[in-house]
Design a protein around this ligand. Structure first.
Ligand SMILES: [Zn+2]
Ligand SMILES: [Zn+2]
Length: 84
């Protein structure tokens, strides 16, 4: 009887650890939902891998991948010129 309780306890602890582990993994991988197809994609993705929507473009000043919806580059603050 005591052995059974110990086994149940061990299983519970193992389940708890597995849950904590998976939560940590979710924190590590930052994801956003694509504005077009609503699927979860990597926050750094330049283009949605599912619908090919362009999410980021290279800043014309510092060449970092900034969100296409941002008027100002969040890295260097320069205003992005559209078109051309
Ligand atoms: Zn998409
Ligand atoms: Zn920039």
């Amino acid at each position: 009887m005591v052995l059974l309780l110990l086994i149940i306890l061990a299983v519970l602890i193992w389940l708890l650890q597995a849950e904590l582990e998976s939560e940590r993994q979710i924190e590590d991988v930052m994801e956003i939902s694509c504005p077009a197809c609503q699927r979860m994609i990597d926050i750094d993705a330049m283009v949605c891998p599912y619908c090919q929507l362009q999410l980021r473009e290279a800043c014309s000043t510092c060449h970092r991948g900034k969100l296409i919806s941002h008027k100002h580059c969040p890295y260097c603050g320069s205003i992005q010129k559209r078109g051309k």
